[in-house]
Design a protein around this ligand. Structure first.
Ligand SMILES: *Cc1c(COP(=O)(O)O)cnc(C)c1O
Length: 405
């Protein structure tokens, strides 16, 4: 690992042009050169510290990239206009026509749709597997496989990937392990556990204010440069570049991520324990009853807890919808997709964020109709929130013994 990779996020300082305590925002799409030769060399990728055109890179995007590399412990990072911009670039960079991907079957709906449908154009096919079984993962690897893809904590079922074990398997077959770490920034550092590429939707916890979409790819300098290559780079040629103004605002928000993650995790843990004690079917990696609890404990940074996401099954889509509407009326949170906001967000993944996944497959992976996904907010008094949710359940006659069929 390079020296940069050992940088602490809080030690990274960038000053503004006039000594400002925040870096200046690069408000330009293009950059002047004093000599034509330098411009040519920059095109060829031979000049460090020179900027050419903002789709390639900009100072603001580089600052944010370096901060994310420090967060994940990778050599460097590229930032993108969305999480999907990052994910699609990585997949297309690593795969040629006719290649194969081994992916966890519980992944973000957009990623699922991309791997299942879109890449068919390039005759790329994907085996969607239960990645908690290493045997199953290994069996599905073939001579055309170009990567193992997973989420550290999966969307929406909160399955925990054993990253160390998957990384070892990937090494054995000389293919990269690509991990989407959107649900567990700070709690899990996939690169430190052996992952080759770490992806984020910055839209969620890292930005934390639900005011923009953005993404990142953290990895080796070689891989990140290949994504930016003017001739062959998927990032460069798809053009899903993050705007400098947004990169600057996300970097400022990133500075409070450690405090926010602690609070999200504390609040989620409190609610998960309470609802489980009440007899509800709660899925939260912090609960002993969770199948990935021990794996998570082994690979997490305990300071940041088990994350802000939990799911609860309230037996039917009708009950789930009624409860979400009432919780919104009672100002407990918003009926909205996405996650990582200061306010609690809830949605029924089967009919929203995972609706790309066919019903049959949803059933098979345990995505039931009555499932509500909660992204628990930064509530100051979580005991009060718990009582308010209980009250909503009581009004709707939602009881613990009801189970989805
Ligand atoms: C939201 C999300 C994405 C997609 O990110 P966008 O910023 O919406 O493009 C990818 N992976 C996970 C786990 C997500 O939650």
């Amino acid at each position: 690992m390079s020296k940069k990779a050992t940088n602490q996020l809080q030690d990274l300082q960038y000053f503004g042009e006039f000594g400002g305590i925040n870096p200046s925002i690069s408000d330009s799409s293009t950059y002047t050169f004093l000599s034509a030769k330098t411009m040519f060399d920059t095109f060829e990728g031979n000049t460090e510290g020179c900027y050419l055109y903002s789709r390639h890179s900009s100072p603001s995007n580089l600052y944010l990239g370096e901060a994310l590399a420090a967060l994940e412990g990778t050599e460097t990072a590229n930032v993108y206009a969305s999480g999907m911009g990052a994910i699609s670039s990585v997949i297309m960079q690593l795969c040629d026509a006719g290649d194969h991907v081994v992916s966890s079957r519980t992944i973000y709906g957009g990623t699922y749709a991309f791997l299942k449908n879109f890449v068919k154009k390039f005759a790329i096919d994907t085996s969607f597997v239960d990645n908690t079984s290493l045997e199953v993962v290994e069996k599905s690897i073939n001579s055309r496989t170009r990567m193992i893809y997973c989420e550290s904590v999966s969307n929406p079922l909160l399955e925990v990937a054993d990253i160390k074990a998957l990384a070892k398997l990937a090494k054995k077959y000389n293919i990269p392990l690509v991990v989407d770490n959107t649900f567990s920034p700070l709690s899990i550092a996939p690169a430190k556990l052996g992952a080759d590429v770490v992806i984020h939707s910055l839209t969620k916890f890292i930005n934390g204010t639900s005011d923009c979409v953005a993404g990142a790819v953290c990895g080796t300098t070689e891989f990140c440069l290949s994504l930016k290559d003017v001739n062959n780079g998927a990032g460069m040629l798809f053009g899903s570049t993050l705007d400098s103004l947004r990169a600057a605002s996300i970097l400022k928000n990133l500075r409070t991520l450690h405090i926010r993650m602690q609070k999200h995790s504390q609040n989620a843990m409190y609610l998960a324990q309470k609802f489980e004690q009440d007899g509800f079917r709660v899925v939260y990696p912090g609960l002993k009853s969770h199948s990935g609890h021990e794996t998570m404990k082994r690979q997490m940074n305990a300071d940041y807890g088990f994350g802000g996401l939990l799911t609860m099954d309230v037996s039917s889509l009708e009950k789930a919808n009624a409860l979400m509407e009432l919780m919104q009326t009672e100002k407990i949170g918003y009926l909205a997709v996405s996650l990582g906001f200061y306010k609690t967000l809830f949605s029924a993944p089967g009919t929203s964020t995972s609706s790309e996944i066919p019903l049959e497959e949803q059933k098979e992976m345990g995505l039931s109709d009555g499932l509500i996904r909660f992204s628990i907010g930064l509530d100051n008094d979580i005991k009060r929130t718990y009582k308010m949710i209980k009250n909503c359940m009581k009004q709707l006659n939602i009881k613990p013994d009801m189970v989805s069929v």
